[in-house]
Ligand binder design. Structure first.
Ligand code: OGA
Ligand code: MN
Length: 220
């Protein structure tokens, strides 16, 4: 059933009105409200996920990614001891057809979060992240100092046939416990951006799309 879609038609890369099954989001959105995070397996079909991965790999191989940093504006720093991934920001005005499918799914999620959780999310930003073997991102929060537009973090994984020996789990430090998520292809994780989390050392090249649903800047 993974290759079929809402109405049972075969999934294709042609534009569809809905990229993902919105019913699938009901339980995760309740979980997000209760626990501050949610895991959505099979957020996108394997074919769309594979197409996204191929494009990201091409961009990386073409040298379009750059060493990721931390902090915003004048606080921006490249600190390889903290994170050592390579990233490429998606330009929402120049998305490929496949990237558009992903963006639509996140846009649906954004609108749904606003309806159900009254979050006032106004936009989305997203980068592809390439973690080399030996890659990691130490424990951190996604909210920047002095700016608080990031409300909900999202990570979509594109790693086929990933198992625990490959490492690279996303570790979430929730109020009650730590939760480790395998970065398996098709899985989307959403969590409150203020929640601490880390990427455990990965043994193999690890591909993700990390994004942030943002609200308007608050002025205090
Ligand atoms: C990030 C991040 C997690 C992941 O980019 O800020 O925490 O699993 N990514 O890729
Ligand atoms: Mn993060």
């Amino acid at each position: 059933h993974r290759m079929t879609h809402m109405n049972g038609t075969a999934m294709s890369l042609a534009f569809t009105t809905r990229v993902h099954n919105p019913d699938k989001l009901h339980d995760p959105l309740q979980a997000l409200a209760q626990n501050g995070y949610a895991i959505v397996p099979d957020f996108l079909s394997p074919s769309v996920t594979a197409a996204l991965l191929a494009e990201c790999q091409d961009l990386h191989n073409a040298g379009k990614t750059h060493t990721a940093g931390i902090g915003q504006g004048s606080r921006h720093q490249v600190l390889p001891a903290v994170r050592n991934d390579q990233v490429l920001w998606l330009d929402s005005t120049r998305l490929s057809p496949t990237q558009t499918l992903y963006w639509q799914a996140m846009e649906d999620l954004r609108q749904r979060l606003n309806r159900t959780h009254f979050l006032g999310l106004v936009d989305y930003e997203c980068h592809y992240a390439h973690y080399p073997a030996g890659g990691y991102y130490q424990r951190h929060r996604d909210t920047f100092q002095g700016a608080n537009q990031r409300r909900i973090s999202s990570v979509f994984y594109m790693n086929f046939d990933w198992t625990a020996v490959d490492g690279g789990q996303l570790r979430l430090f929730t109020d009650y416990t730590t939760v480790d998520v395998l970065p398996a292809a098709g899985t989307l994780v959403i969590f409150e951006s203020q929640m601490e989390h880390e990427v455990l050392p990965t043994q193999a090249v690890r591909h993700s799309l990390a994004g942030w649903l943002r609200c308007r800047e608050h002025v205090f």
